[in-house]
Each structure stands twice: as structure tokens, then as C-alpha cells.
Design a protein around this ligand. Structure first.
Ligand code: PLP
Length: 410
């Protein structure tokens, strides 16, 4: 049967990550691929007890449709948390929308802001899920290099200036930035750059979409104010999620924005799923009421810190003889970004696969398809020993690769 799919459906491709990681679970493999938190950090006993309670005692809410905006009890708890985490004052329930993970928020942002051909300023590298959500709207990307302290602001301004010269500024809808421990690079946008981004956004009248799933997972250094602290809801849409600080299975994402934007996103969400699941919204609300999620996450942060250090030590041990090999040393989050000279990490993947070690080639995070000499390495799931062994195998795979390509170890 030849189905007459839409143009959009015909453009959809299977995610590179899915394809690449198909074999990552073979026995004996070490995977630095998935960006999923360690299940041992999930508060399963507490959630199980609360789940029973909210189903039995609050079934009229938890087993029923909810409003599209989200559970008012959860929004109440989220406003408290926003104050604690970001010191954001003056927010009202109308500024908040609960989504099915922040991935849905990215999709809704695309739906309410982007027409085909509109521009979004994104990083190189950039979070793949955001790129896919914006591609679904046929957006065009204005790409800026991600430097050690965040997006290259000269390039941001160059894009904006050019758009202004070409009378296209109104089509540049927003700057997208993962402000803390970016997925995939682990890089945090500096305080200076946060302020300057807001200045640029104001000067050229564009919005900023600040995506911050990892900010709370800081294991070193001082927390920085969010971009929203400088730009407010007029200028910034802040996306957050409970996926990394509680658990992803609940699928609870949060949008904080001006009420007009929230209103439009609510209307768009009605055509998507009517509402987020009442059960997991209320479960999360009661969890936040009863437990201090910021306290509860501390052992997990400590675990991630140690795993990150193990990975950095292993990289130093194995790759310090490779001139120009570089890796980021993030202050939080789940990812290290490693760059190897002269390597196409997509090509190297098959050598890594033979050595039973898996990573995500940097190409997956390119706004436009092009080879990359970097790779994303997640340290949260493998054990300490697997991290050390995985990095040893990675070195072997690198040596196999350069030998096969006739390159010399630099
Ligand atoms: C930067 C970023 N944004 C959004 C998401 C989506 O998270 P979720 O849909 O689980 O809330 C992720 C997940 O890894 C992410 O890394």
C-alpha cells in the first residue's frame, strides 16, 4: 500500500541517536550515549506510596481530565520552587503552563512562534530535541558557535544586524539557549553573556528561549542568575522539567512566560493532547509538598560529580598523549564534550562499536548536517569501572581509526 503521507511526514527521519545506540545494550558494552538519569536516584518508594494515596483519595482529580494549563496544586508548588531556585518574584499562576516534558514545551514554542521560513538563533552544537522541534516548523537556523562561556555574542549580533539590513528582523523569532551545562557540550553561559544576551534581545526586539533542565544539577561553583532574572517574562520564555531532578517518567515540563504567550501555548496544547496527565501532575504536586526535592537530589548530584571526575581523570590518562585532544570539564549536568583532532566521530563510531563503547557523534548536534570531530559522552549511567574501561576502549577505537585512515597519532 502506498500511503499518501504529508510533506512533513515524508521529511521525518529516524533519530540518529536511536539508530546508533541500537546495539549499545549488548552484553559487555559501555555506553556513554544516553542522557538519561540513573534510575537508582529516583525516589521510587516515596512515589509509590504517594501514587496509591493520590489515586485512592484524590481519584476525582487524578483519574479525570485536567485543565490544559495544568494542576493548580502543582502550579502552586512550582511557583514556590521558582522562587527558591531562581529567586524569581512576582510570577502568577497565569505565567505557568505544565507540559508533557519540556520536549512538548519546545514543540509548543515552535507552534506559537514559528511560521515556515522563520529564523531561530541556535548554537553549534545544540540540543538535538530543540532542533527537531523547530525543524518541524520549517524554521531556518542562524548558527552561532558555542564558546567556553556560552554562545558567541558577536555572531549573534552579526546575524541580527544582517537580518535588519535585509528587512528580515521580524522573522528572527527567538534565540534558543540551554543556559546551564548545555546538552551536549556541558558548557554554562557566563553571567556577562547572560546580561549581554538580554541587551541584544532588547536592542533587536527578539525573544530568548532559555531551556534549563540541568541548572539544579550543579556540583561545583556558584549558581548563576537565570537569563529570565535579567530579561523578565517580557523578553524570556523559561523552560524547565522535572525529568532530571525527579524522574523523566512522570513527563512533567514547565513553561514560565508572559501570560499572553502562555495563553497561546494553552490553545496550541488543546489541539495536541487536551491536557497533561492529571495523575502525574498531582503526584508531583504532593511529592513537592511532602519532600524537599532540592535536598532529595543532593546524593544524586554527588554521585554525578564523582562520575564526572572519574571520566575526566580517565580522559587525561588515555588521551593526554593526543595533541589537541580536548574535553569540557562541566560544573554540573550530565555531559562531557570531547573533541579529537582530525577525527570524524561519525566515521569513528564503527570502530568504537567494534570495541563495544558507545557515544553520540557531534554531527547529531549540528543545526545543519556536517561532520564533527566532537562527541557527547554522558557519565551518569555507567558505573565508575565502566567509565574507566569505556574511556580505555575509546582510546583503542581512536587508534584503530587513525590507523585505518592512515593518520598519525598527533
Ligand atoms: C536541553 C534539554 N531540553 C529539553 C529536554 C527534554 O526533557 P523532557 O522532555 O524530559 O522534560 C532535554 C532532555 O534531555 C534537554 O537536554
Amino acid at each position: 500500500m502506498e500511503y499518501r503521507f504529508s510533506m512533513l511526514a515524508n521529511k521525518l527521519k529516524s533519530s540518529m541517536i536511536r539508530e546508533l545506540l541500537k546495539y549499545a545494550s549488548v552484553p559487555g558494552a559501555v555506553s556513554f550515549g544516553g542522557g538519561t538519569p540513573d534510575p537508582e536516584t529516583f525516589p521510587r518508594h516515596e512515589l509509590a506510596e504517594l501514587a496509591r494515596e493520590v489515586i485512592e483519595k484524590e481519584y476525582k482529580y487524578t483519574l479525570q481530565y485536567a485543565t490544559t494549563e495544568g494542576d493548580p496544586e502543582l502550579i502552586k508548588q512550582i511557583l514556590i520552587l521558582l522562587k527558591r531556585v531562581y529567586n524569581l518574584d512576582g510570577l502568577l499562576p497565569e505565567n505557568v503552563l505544565i507540559t508533557v516534558g519540556s520536549q512538548q514545551a519546545l514543540e509548543l514554542v515552535g507552534k506559537v512562534l514559528l511560521d515556515p521560513g522563520d529564523y531561530v538563533i541556535v548554537g553549534d552544537p545544540e540540543y538535538l530535541g530543540a532542533l527537531s522541534a523547530f525543524r518541524m516548523r520549517d524554521a531556518r537556523f542562524l548558527v552561532v558557535k558555542f564558546e567556553k562561556d556560552g554562545p558567541d555574542l558577536n555572531q549573534v549580533e552579526d546575524h541580527l544586524k544582517r537580518a535588519q539590513r535585509e528587512n528580515e528582523l521580524s522573522r528572527v523569532k527567538f534565540i534558543y539557549v540551554v543556559s546551564n551545562f548545555q546538552n551536549p557540550s556541558g558548557i554554562t553561559t557566563s553571567l556577562e553573556k547572560r546580561k549581554n544576551l538580554v541587551e541584544l534581545a532588547e536592542k533587536y526586539n527578539v525573544l530568548i528561549v532559555e531551556d534549563d533542565p540541568y541548572g539544579v544539577l550543579r556540583f561545583r561553583g556558584e549558581q548563576l542568575p537565570s537569563i529570565m532574572n535579567f530579561g523578565g517574562t517580557d523578553r524570556v520564555i523559561l523552560l524547565n522539567t522535572f525529568s532530571k531532578i525527579l524522574c523523566p517518567g512522570l513527563r512533567i515540563g514547565v513553561v514560565v512566560a508572559d501570560r499572553q504567550i502562555v495563553r497561546k501555548m494553552v490553545l496550541a496544547k488543546q489541539g495536541t493532547d487536551l491536557c497533561s496527565p492529571s495523575l502525574t501532575m498531582r503526584l508531583t504536586a504532593r511529592y513537592l509538598e511532602r519532600y524537599d526535592v532540592l535536598e532529595q537530589i543532593k546524593p544524586a548530584i554527588e554521585l554525578y560529580r564523582k562520575k564526572k571526575e572519574t571520566m575526566i581523570e580517565a580522559l587525561k590518562e588515555e588521551f593526554s598523549d593526543v595533541t589537541d585532544a580536548q574535553w569540557t570539564d562541566p560544573d554540573g549536568g550530565l555531559f562531557v564534550w570531547t573533541t579529537l583532532p582530525d577525527v570524524d566521530t561519525m566515521e569513528m563510531f564503527k570502530y568504537a562499536e567494534q570495541r563495544k563503547v558507545f557515544y553520540i557523534p557531534g554531527e547529531a548536534f549540528k543545526p545543519y548536517e556536517e561532520p564533527s570531530s566532537s562527541m557527547r559522552m554522558s557519565f551518569c549511567l555507567p558505573s565508575f569501572e565502566q567509565i574507566r574501561e569505556g574511556v580505555r576502549r575509546l582510546k583503542q577505537a581512536y587508534l584503530d581509526y587513525i590507523e585505518a585512515k592512515g593518520l598519525r597519532c598527533r
